[in-house]
Ligand binder design. Sequence first.
Ligand code: 1BN
Ligand code: ZN
Length: 363
Amino acid sequence: MITKINDMSKVLFCRICNSAARSIRICNPLILFSFLFLPLSSFLFTSCSLRKQAASNDVAVLQPVGPAFCADSAYAFCEAQCEFGPRTMNSQAHEDCGAWIMEKFKSYGMSVTPQQALLKGYDGTMLRATNIIASYRPELTDRILICAHWDSRPWADNDPDEANWHKPVLAANDGASGVAVMLELARLLSPDSCLLSPSLGVDFLCFDAEDWGFPQWEDTDDPGDTWALGAQHWAANPHTDGYKARYGILLDMVGGQGAQFYQEQVSLQYARSIVKKVWRASQVVGFGSFFPKREGVGITDDHLPVNRVAKIPCIDIIPYYPDCAQSSFGPTWHTVNDDMAHIDRNTLQAVGQTLIQVLWSEK
Ligand code: 1BN
Ligand code: ZN
């Protein structure tokens, strides 16, 4: 059945965004809905109508579903993490921000499990790590895993100015943005009126110690396994015995200005059908330009142990800037400029609304 434009407002209308974070900005759901979806829905309505004529049955007709993702709310969650300062391993800011993330997920009704571990860094430094698992409907066995890392890189070793190499990264994009999108999804899942399939549970997994990997100033080659330490630990020791999920989606650097998310190689190797599902969803909600159907490079990221060790097909939504001289991850990657001034709400919106489409389309 094709939903009429007026009916879509019932489905897409976001609940009132109140007290999402410390300094929430204007987020009137009606304005957001009108701004974002009315032009989009007219376009989709037209295109869906045309497609209906072509389709042999209604199953193939795709349209936006679920609530409106509030980018202002996600932005505020990102900012709130940055206000703690760089969340580098073994620091007070790391400790305090971890507690804040857990409280935030709890406030949205998630069941929160901290998984603590003492992990060894590339140079033998012992890192007090906490993977944070926030579960929606923890009693259900049919689950989807959304993940991101929450720690900050202790060294801006890709900064153009060598004087900054030993300074910590604020990690607005490379850390806070993924957690911010997850918190906003948790907020939207929390009301009883949430129309997610009743048989589906969701886990938000905040990995720690992702970014303590081998620094660029070292003379020897990066052995590769010095990254994603928290994810390696979780994949070998999941928070519940025999943990399984239909699939996983890793969010890494999902708030940068000018970001485009090419299809990452490890994702294609282990979870090609999930890549197709997510890139298709981005088109349905009108953000296909952020998700070109082009192949990027392969990344040693948290999804690698999730795929290889936990055996859960997991993709990585990670930006690729083919023309950026500073880094193919964008101009602020592992520099002192990875701050809120370089976060773009439009990127958060594109990723967040795409994830809503994916989750709320699951049967
Ligand atoms: C992603 C964000 N990564 C680090 N910060 C993973 C990575 C590891 C990227 C090694 C490049 C090289
Ligand atoms: Zn990083």
